[in-house]
Design a protein around this ligand. Structure first.
Ligand SMILES: Cc1cc2nc3c(=O)[nH]c(=O)nc-3n(C[C@H](O)[C@H](O)[C@H](O)COP(=O)(O)OP(=O)(O)OC[C@H]3O[C@@H](n4cnc5c(N)ncnc54)[C@H](O)[C@@H]3O)c2cc1C
Length: 512
């Protein structure tokens, strides 16, 4: 049985022989740590984080866009086919994955692990917004396809300027009256502070017996011993050079994962490379403007732009304070982490990935051109982009901030020599003793499904046992079910989770 300590050390001694080592203190390690401890309370776990606090890299509220990605508004998940129809299968998959995440967080509220969900999750409507006849037609088709699926049953559509203005007045003010526009809206979208969530998860984890967190402790090497355990070399601010030996290692180091995967030497990691793209946002400094917008409004990506660069005008709620952001703009930095080294990119080039890297460079000229154009943009160019959403935007009301680094995955592909991927990939050794997480999209929103994939790949025998099956089902009640095909079950689980997370319509009506 799991026992908790009364006194919680912020950083404890590094365990010599933990069952599990979690490298990196972001949302992914935190999620895996809790799941493993629920599945087997006897597991001993060492978390190793190089920075002075957890969740300071991509999981930090200001380093990502905080969108609860449920595919309600992101147009890149619903591509248009040659015949004009819109394919929604990717959106269905992501929506189900986000529901899984909500179910797990709601389970943690029920268990008292998360004390106050409003610290990390808020209801913020999700909208898609387009301009011009052609994109109006696309959005109409998309709406028609999505409305048939109960996961998107709340979606509404309008081409009416007055209606869109009621939903989001900044979109229509100052816009020529004859410009064709269209929007969809889902009232029950979310904004999430993944940093605050991670902190709550880690606080709980380290209150448990057998879990230690070492901060300002960088993993510098990792290799497998003949007995199958992983020898992990750590450079710790407080303990100097240390080594530990773990039965299972999770490389959840965000942008730092690729280097560690390469150091592990597992054959499954060969051929992977990374391409860093940094995100920048314009942040509004005018309180009146901030107060007049209450939605996450996603548009269409520019030609040649990578899918994660879809522009959006975004209400955020960070530490209880409302904010308004527009972006992202892509920037280039050779670092793989915001706090990384300028040598990261060059050091990641190895004999096994040089061909895929060169092939991606050759085959993605439009992306290269897009990044060059983005890096050349002045403040007034950026505000011009914002005016496509908010025509009355004033340059002086917006300032540029730099968010997190994403390392896009480059991998060997069977048909050509290399391929650029925009998703997430769990790379696990065949013996299940180590897994690394690469990539960053859809990201933190789908952390629970990603971590279940890690469990299935690395603990296949345990996952099949009755004990693990029933705990998995308790933590994620839709585990093994298909919510897209079971409307009643979807609504049953969703109502319960939304009420526990205080994002249901009733709770929100009371708080307004
Ligand atoms: C600009 C941007 C916008 C995004 N928007 C969204 C969004 O709207 N919605 C969404 O769901 N997702 C979004 N994401 C993705 C999301 O932020 C990430 O998927 C998620 O935070 C990744 O979590 P993680 O735990 O894997 O990595 P991180 O949070 O980066 O954590 C990794 C940790 O590992 C530590 N570390 C690294 N190397 C070492 C080492 N050698 N030793 C010890 N520790 C190490 C780091 O310091 C860091 O704390 C966005 C990302 C970016 C960059």
């Amino acid at each position: 049985m799991t026992t908790t300590r009364t006194v919680r050390p912020s950083t404890g001694p590094i365990l010599d022989n933990p069952d599990i080592v979690l490298i990196g203190g972001g949302i992914m390690s935190a999620t895996l740590g809790i799941m493993l401890k629920k599945l087997n309370p006897d597991f001993t776990i060492q978390i190793v984080e190089s920075l002075p606090r957890v969740a300071l890299e991509s999981s930090h509220a200001w380093n990502n866009a905080g969108t609860g990605h449920a595919a309600l508004c992101e147009l890149n998940y619903t591509p248009q086919q040659a015949d004009g129809s819109v394919e929604i299968s990717k959106a269905v998959e992501i929506n189900e994955q986000f529901e899984n995440s909500k179910h797990f967080w709601a389970f943690l509220v029920e268990q008292g692990v998360i004390k106050d969900p409003s610290v990390f999750i808020k209801r913020v409507p999700h909208m898609s917004f387009v301009r011009g006849k052609e994109d109006q037609e696309f959005l109409r088709q998309r709406f028609a396809a999505m409305r048939k699926q109960h996961l998107f049953g709340e979606m509404v559509y309008s081409e009416d300027k007055a209606m869109i203005s009621r939903w989001a007045p900044l979109l229509t003010e100052g816009r020529p009256s004859d410009e064709p526009i269209a929007a969809t809206r889902v009232e029950s979208g979310t904004d999430i502070n993944f940093g605050a969530l991670t902190q709550q998860l880690v606080d709980y984890l380290i209150s448990l017996d057998g879990v230690e967190l070492a901060m300002q402790a960088r993993v510098t090497g990792i290799y497998q011993k003949p007995d199958g355990r992983w020898r992990v070399k750590i450079n710790s601010e407080t303990e100097g050079k240390r080594k530990l030996r773990a039965k299972f290692a999770f490389i959840g180091a965000g942008g730092g994962s690729l280097h560690l995967l390469q150091k592990s030497g597992i054959p499954e990691g060969l051929g992977f490379g990374g391409f860093p793209v940094s995100g920048q946002f314009l942040v509004c400094t005018d309180q009146d403007v901030i107060e007049r917008h209450a939605a996450k409004v996603y548009g269409k990506a520019a030609v040649g732009a990578p899918p994660m660069s879809v522009p959006h005008l975004d209400t955020r709620v960070i530490d209880g304070k409302k904010a308004l952001l527009f972006g992202p703009y892509a920037g280039f930095s050779p670092k793989f982490l915001k706090e990384g080294s300028i040598l990261d990119l060059i050091k990641s080039v190895k004999l096994d990935n040089i061909l895929p890297l060169l092939a991606v460079g050759r085959d993605n000229m439009s992306l290269t051109q897009y990044l060059i154009n983005e890096c050349r943009k002045s403040h007034s160019d950026r505000v011009d982009g914002l005016r496509e959403f908010f025509p009355d935007a004033k340059e002086e009301d917006w300032k540029l901030v730099t968010a997190g680094q994403r390392v896009q995955i480059i991998k060997k592909s069977p048909d050509s020599t290399g391929k650029l991927e925009f998703g997430t990939e769990v790379v696990a050794a065949q013996d299940g003793s180590i897994a690394a997480l690469l990539g960053a999209s859809p990201g933190a929103s789908t952390a629970v499904s990603i971590i279940i994939e890690v469990l299935e790949k690395c603990f296949p025998d345990e996952v099949k046992t009755e004990a693990w099956q029933s705990t998995l089902k308790a933590m994620t009640p839709a585990y093994g079910e298909n919510l897209a095909e079971d409307q009643a079950r979807y609504h049953e689980l969703r109502s319960k989770a939304d009420a526990l997370l205080q994002i249901d319509a009733a709770t929100n009506a009371k708080s307004e």
